[in-house]
Design a protein around this ligand. Structure first.
Ligand code: KIV
Ligand code: ZN
Length: 498
């Protein structure tokens, strides 16, 4: 195939995607995701914004060491210090890229920079030239390009290519553009910018109006050759363009002459891994990776699919790595079956870790007949915990019709034991009141979501909690077949983050 028609996949799950409050990953988890992205076949991994924190810096260093084929990219502002730090963080990357940029819309120029159009071009050019002193591959982003007038944007793009940019990113930062408008913007740039034979244009679309995928496709069909995406479409606000959606559009539409190197069979496992590590559930009807994406429930559809699958199914679930014949795990499943399922989900624990997960698996299988992929991801995640300052020793609740719900809680706080009992208007309220009487901090619950995974009454409940403490928000997560225990675990998870 003609390389001109290849669409480069730039994954920003670990940078733009990871900006979701409460979904931050630690370095070990980021390496795990980066390795999965490498197996998935992405071309570029945006590993972080090194100047923003020592944690981000360290993650870029470690991902650079852990990953071989994809280009590792680090974000900066158009500021020399940022670029110095990014170059240092990329030291070990086999293929490296610095992603620098500045806002180009009139709103950004006036309110963010108190500047003018000419000065912004000068700063953009200077940043690209400075970054080129460190690396050969420099991507420039024109922040809020979606609302930047095309004529001025073309001048910016031409100037940064002349200064040495190899990729120019045209972000619809606010998710405002219509697909036709975004496609026309890319087409305008292709037709009016000199030097585009030395660089490619990139899409970077946000989903505020639910148009990220449509806008990205419109950009690609009009000449952009890179798309910036995240797994499951994670990202701040309504998120970014979902990688799996663009990859499957390119795979299933033979009528378009563009293609990607994404190994689509790895999509499902990567999606589950990111959802599990970020504690971010995938909505059931999410395209490609949602639980219901391939579930035909209406009688007419089921009848058609049974006669010939092509009547209602445009994608073979196996193409995204969903294996219908997957073995269901139960209390009688052995190490090998668990290991196989973990591998399908993108996890490769060593023997000792597998042993730990297996022990937890047997405990859960005692409480629940069938163990799902989500359960396994939770177990694999639970095995990460253990160094917390505050731990739940025991919890006892009594509740029901005609009695006042009461809870007794035992905590271990850095080795010291505490106990308390309290009442509430329900068992969760009683348990949280008992906790509060031990942890005497002012905390307000801002959000409390309990979600089950399948439909069974024996299911594991996932509890997401948001607590305000001294003006800051903390996110906690708990998962248990007992809703009250899961809620208490989520509350303690918040406390451990203070
Ligand atoms: O949305 C955006 O504009 C961005 C840039 C920093 C690339 O994420
Ligand atoms: Zn963005």
């Amino acid at each position: 195939m003609d390389n001109k028609n290849k669409i480069y996949f730039f994954d920003t799950t670990l940078r733009d995607g990871e900006q979701v409050p409460g979904c931050q990953l630690n370095t070990v988890e980021k390496i795990q995701v980066a390795k999965a992205l490498e197996e998935l076949g992405v071309d570029v991994i945006e590993a972080g914004f090194p100047v923003s924190s020592p944690g981000d810096f360290n993650s870029v260093v470690e991902i650079s060491k852990a990953v071989t084929w994809p280009t590792i990219c680090a974000l900066t502002r158009a500021v020399e210090k940022d670029i110095d730090v990014a170059a240092e963080a990329l030291k070990y990357a086999k293929h490296k890229r610095i992603h620098t940029g500045i806002g180009t819309s009139d709103s950004h120029i006036k309110y963010k920079f108190n500047s003018n159009r000419e000065e912004i071009i000068e700063r953009a050019v200077a940043a690209v030239k400075y970054a080129r002193r460190y690396v050969d591959d420099v991507e420039f982003y024109a922040e809020d390009a979606g609302r930047t007038d095309n004529e001025y944007l073309a001048r910016v793009v031409e100037a940064v290519i002349k200064a040495g940019a190899t990729v120019v990113n045209i972000p619809d930062t606010t998710g405002y553009c219509l697909p036709e408008e975004y496609g026309a913007k890319i087409k305008y740039l292709c037709e009016h910018v000199d030097g585009l034979d030395h660089a490619i244009l990139s899409t970077h679309c946000h989903n505020d109006l639910g148009m990220a995928t449509a806008n990205t496709m419109s950009g690609l069909l009009n000449g952009a050759r890179q798309c910036e995406v995240t797994i499951n479409g994670v990202g701040e606000r309504a998120g970014n363009t979902a990688l799996e959606e663009i990859a499957m559009i390119l795979k299933s539409h033979n009528d378009v002459d563009i293609y990607s190197d994404i190994n689509t069979k790895k999509i499902y496992s990567t999606s589950r891994m990111v959802s599990g590590l970020m504690n971010m559930p995938v909505q059931a009807n999410k395209a490609i990776v949602g639980r219901n994406a391939f579930a035909h429930s209406s009688g007419i559809h089921q009848d058609g699919v049974l006669k010939n699958v092509s009547t209602y199914e445009i994608i073979d679930p196996k193409d995204v790595g969903i294996d219908d014949n997957s073995i269901v795990l139960t209390a009688r499943s052995g190490h090998a079956a668990l290991k196989y399922r973990l591998e399908v989900l993108g996890l490769k624990p060593d023997a000792a870790k597998l042993d730990e997960i297996y022990k937890e698996f047997l405990k859960l299988a005692d409480k629940k007949k069938q163990i799902t992929d989500d359960d396994i991801l939770l177990l694999a995640g639970a095995e990460r915990a253990g160094n917390e300052h505050v731990k739940l020793d025991y919890l006892q609740v009594s509740s029901g019709k005609g009695i006042r719900p009461t809870a007794c809680v035992g905590l271990d706080i850095a080795g010291e034991k505490f106990e308390a009992a309290a009442q509430g208007n329900g068992p969760v309220d009683a348990a949280i009141n008992a906790l509060k009487s031990i942890i005497k901090r002012k905390m307000t619950i801002k959000e409390f979501t309990i979600q089950n995974i399948t439909k069974g009454s024996d299911d594991v409940a996932k509890v997401h909690l948001q607590v305000e403490h001294e003006g800051k928000l903390y996110y906690g997560f708990g998962a248990n077949t007992d809703i009250v225990t899961g809620s208490v675990e989520a509350y303690i998870d918040c406390i451990n983050k203070f």
